[in-house]
Design a protein around this ligand. Structure first.
Ligand code: ATP
Ligand code: MG
Length: 454
């Protein structure tokens, strides 16, 4: 982090501090940083995006590269995608590009299609309150009016997400002091933070996501209302929360996200049942350890370019409360089968009220949970059936994760690892050895801790 800030200081303020350059945003004039004073090279902008920007200019319109791509390029990161903002209306954009489709109902956007890329072109949006429909809680329910470039900048969330790149002059245009914040590693909401969270509570989760991803600090006024505003997240459609949960946990920074969500009392709003396990004095250390291991393993996979699945991750996050229920129902006299079925069903349906986990995923999550029992039961030819099951891999990976958090499960995980990698003869041998061991020694005691039991 310190290195990044040092790098940015060199990049933006080569001749001294930014104040030395006479910038003052109280005048309403943007700070324009010339090419010689910043490090954003247009060579790092996709050629398709450059074409779109130039074509809009040739059509007589304003057009800027905006949002996360400008931020990421200035930080020396590779942007996920490139977004363009323009004063051309969506219909005017469509007329300019043959390969263009308009999408969105609440706010129309143009998608310009290329072979391997879609460039999103948005018309500048208005920011004036009188052009919006606001509910009695302050939540913006409609804001589909077009505005000026400055309006568009001011309606964005964080100052570092509101920088513009002007490809004609190769300059950065900054209306909100975003360069200073980028320089200092600060995440600052534009405008009054409490109002901005009320307008769109998802900005709370976005603050966490960007702080975790960029290693930035949430500026104190931006951080101050988070805890008191968090309850507003309950107003957000569960489908949108599911999208945000995907972004939070699958971007390669889930361990940081988890600790920030705990720090700001937000984790319990997304996963109340898991939060309860985290505060249970009997099991909180085990649960915390299991979740830490899960998030670190997920981040490692992302960093190695391996695939990560939200099904697997949700199975892990919801495993402690599911197991806690299994134990409770068994203690109440349910059969093992009945206890597991009820526990899975209830854990998932409770969570779906908060984040809309698609139906087909419920079954996949439950399969990972159920696989844990089959992996423990290695009698006769069962391991052969298990290893050929289409869902074996996910169940097996889940067992490896559990074993990382619970040394008692290590022998089981090691046995499966050996079995998985062995040929047919070696597998028969492994099963025979196991049977001999079982005849000699006692069975493993049933576990008493939810995060590790099945
Ligand atoms: P990422 O790299 O994760 O895509 P991003 O900054 O590009 O980060 P997006 O969700 O793609 O994030 O949004 C693009 C831009 O739109 C943001 O940079 C921000 O300027 C604006 N934006 C997105 N969501 C909001 C919001 N809820 N409120 C205000 N502005 C927003
Ligand atoms: Mg983006």
């Amino acid at each position: 982090m310190r290195k990044v800030i040092h790098f940015l200081k060199r990049v933006f303020c080569p001749a001294g501090s930014c104040q030395d350059q006479g910038y003052d945003n109280s005048s309403g004039q943007p700070r324009v940083v010339a090419r010689s004073q910043h490090n954003l090279s247009r060579q790092n902008i996709s050629s398709n995006c450059r074409k779109v920007l130039h074509h809009l200019h040739a059509g007589g319109y304003q057009a800027f590269l905006v949002g996360g791509s400008v931020r990421d390029l200035l930080l020396g990161h590779e942007p996920k995608d490139f977004d363009v903002a323009t004063d051309a209306t969506p219909e005017q954009v469509r007329k300019l590009f043959r390969n263009c489709r308009l999408i969105g109902r609440r706010f129309r956007l143009a998608h310009v299609f290329f072979k391997n890329e879609i460039i999103e072109v948005a018309t500048f949006r208005a920011n004036e309150n009188d052009k919006r429909t606001v509910s009695k809680d302050g939540l913006v329910i409609r804001d589909n009016m077009y505005g000026t470039v400055e309006d568009d900048v001011l309606r964005r969330d964080f100052t570092i997400n509101a920088l513009l790149y002007d490809i004609k002059k190769f300059s950065i245009v900054d209306y909100v002091n975003g360069l200073e914040d980028l320089n200092h590693g600060l995440l600052r909401l534009i405008g009054d933070p409490a109002t901005r969270y009320r307008e769109d509570p998802v900005r709370i989760l976005r603050a966490i996501r960007f702080a975790a991803k960029l290693g930035f600090r949430i500026e104190e006024h931006t951080a101050a209302p988070i805890k008191s505003s968090a309850v507003l997240l309950r107003q957000i459609a569960s489908a949108r929360l599911f999208e945000e949960v995907n972004k939070l946990f699958l971007s390669g920074y889930s361990a940081n996200v988890f600790s920030l969500l705990l720090q700001y009392d937000l984790f319990g709003l997304l996963f109340p049942a898991t939060q309860e396990c985290l505060t249970d004095p009997m099991i909180h250390l085990m649960v915390d350890n299991f979740l830490q291991v899960t998030f670190s393993a997920t981040d490692e996979r992302v960093q190695l370019g391996q695939s990560v699945s939200i099904v697997f991750l949700l199975a892990a996050i919801l495993w402690p409360p599911r197991q806690e229920r299994v134990i409770r129902y068994e203690a109440e006299g349910c059969s093992e089968q009945e206890a597991k079925e009820r526990a899975s069903l209830e854990t998932l349906s409770e969570e779906v009220d908060i984040i809309e986990i698609p139906r087909k995923m419920h079954h996949q999550i439950d399969e990972i949970w159920n696989a844990q029992r089959y992996l423990e039961d290695r009698r006769g030819k069962r391991p052969f059936r298990m290893v050929n099951h289409p869902r074996f891999r996910a169940g097996y990976d889940f067992l490896l994760l559990r074993a990382q958090a619970d040394p008692d499960l290590e022998p089981l995980a090691q046995w499966w690892q050996a079995f998985y990698e062995a040929d047919h003869e070696q597998r028969l041998d492994l099963i025979q050895k196991l049977q001999r061991q079982k005849q000699k020694g006692p069975r493993r005691k049933p576990r008493a801790v939810p995060a590790q039991q099945d």
